[in-house]
Design a binder for this molecule. Structure first.
Ligand SMILES: C[S@@+](CC[C@H](N)C(=O)[O-])C[C@H]1O[C@@H](n2cnc3c(N)ncnc32)[C@H](O)[C@@H]1O
Length: 348
């Protein structure tokens, strides 16, 4: 998936073709405003306040105690971005907005918006330093308790869409009884697999502050003791021997260096039973020699900034797996999320 400029008439089409449109102005002036406007709108409750009925700017401003002129400007931009449509003096949520930005929808990204607004936005000012030093923020070591809560809610939000496809397409043994979900946080991946495979039980290994914040979410899934937590650290803990049929490492490899990922993969290989699978579920670093890609490369830079690590090529992930004695099994590319894949290996 790419972010492209769509001309709306033949003159604009020609201007683009003739290289007359200053595209960098879109990136430098328009996109930062767009991103911050969407984040603030979500954080200030603008979308939620429109859930039940269309409203005028004055009605909405009075309800949210916001400045009518400033809110009018925001609503104009959000309408251009397809969050609202405007009719007879009132704004109403679009179908897209109803699905993805209201708090209660299973596919909602609201939690991610609040985390990005209250925590991540400030990180962006460190990008210049990161480019000079290569040293990321290492946020797992510095988050406050409140920020851990925003982070874990963001992870729930980020996985709403993914978990459905993961549950349908992850190539797991049907007879699996034990799963280890490393850095599993909210447990949505474990939950979908346990619902699919009646004999499966999963253990989520995560850092204690993550568990403290995500446990209430997992409890609401009604899995009882079939999905449980083990507080620990994947880099220092032993995972045992011949214990698991499925081990999942979802969105954690991008926080680790190649050496740390090799270490974790070696421990996974020991902990898997024969015939068990190791799924590395990740954004994939695009191969610049074949096709540049927006999602893979922007997340790569973001994980560098946030964790001094980044995305990996499919071949790099396979290399950790084969070096640990596992056999490459399948690569499943998500249909609903660009640049994301499950890189799966089996224990012989
Ligand atoms: C980006 S989140 C991914 C959450 C979930 N697996 C998913 O795919 O949505 C990374 C998770 O890994 C956890 N984590 C980070 N470092 C870890 C470590 N050294 N050991 C165990 N978990 C860790 C974080 O606390 C967080 O819950």
């Amino acid at each position: 998936m790419q972010l492209t400029i769509t001309p709306e008439n033949p003159v604009e089409w020609f201007a683009l073709k003739a290289n007359l449109v200053p595209v960098p102005l879109l990136h430098a002036q328009i996109m930062p405003v767009v991103a911050k406007a969407v984040l603030e709108a979500s954080d200030k409750g603008v979308f939620e306040a429109m859930k039940d009925k269309p409203q005028s700017v004055d009605e909405l401003a009075a309800h949210l105690q916001l400045h009518p002129k400033a809110l009018g400007e925001l609503m104009g931009l959000l309408t251009a971005l397809d969050y609202f449509h405007y009719e007879n003096g009132r704004f109403a949520l679009t179908r897209m907005a109803r699905r993805f930005v209201l708090k209660d929808d299973a596919m909602s990204v609201h939690g991610m918006m609040v985390f990005n607004n209250r925590v991540v936005w400030e990180w962006m000012s460190h990008l210049g330093d990161y480019l000079k030093t290569g040293q990321g923020i290492q946020y797992h070591e510095t988050l406050s308790k409140e920020q851990w809560a925003y982070y874990q809610q963001a992870m729930v939000a980020a996985t709403g869409t993914e978990a459905r496809e993961f549950g349908r397409r992850a190539p797991v043994p049907k007879s699996a009884t034990r799963m280890l979900d490393i850095g599993g946080s909210h447990g949505q991946h474990s939950v979908v697999l346990c619902r699919k495979l009646p004999a499966l039980r999963s253990t989520i290994l995560d850092l204690p502050p993550a568990i403290e914040q995500s446990a209430p979410f997992l409890a609401r899934q009604g899995m009882g003791d079939r999905v449980g937590y083990q507080p620990g650290n994947a880099l220092t803990d032993d995972f045992g021997t011949d214990q698991f049929d499925i081990v999942l490492l979802s969105s954690l490899a991008h926080h680790f260096t190649p050496e740390q990922n090799q270490l974790v993969t070696n421990k996974v290989a020991k902990a898997l039973r024969s015939g068990g699978v190791f799924i590395v579920n990740e954004f994939i670093r695009p191969d610049i020699t074949t096709k540049p890609d927006l999602v893979g490369s922007s997340t790569d830079l973001f994980y560098g900034l946030s964790s001094t690590a980044g995305n990996y090529l499919i071949d790099e992930i396979k290399h950790w797996q084969t070096a640990a004695g596992l056999k490459p099994h399948k690569v499943v590319h998500y249909r609903t999320i660009p640049s994301r894949a499950m890189v799966v290996a089996r224990k012989p």
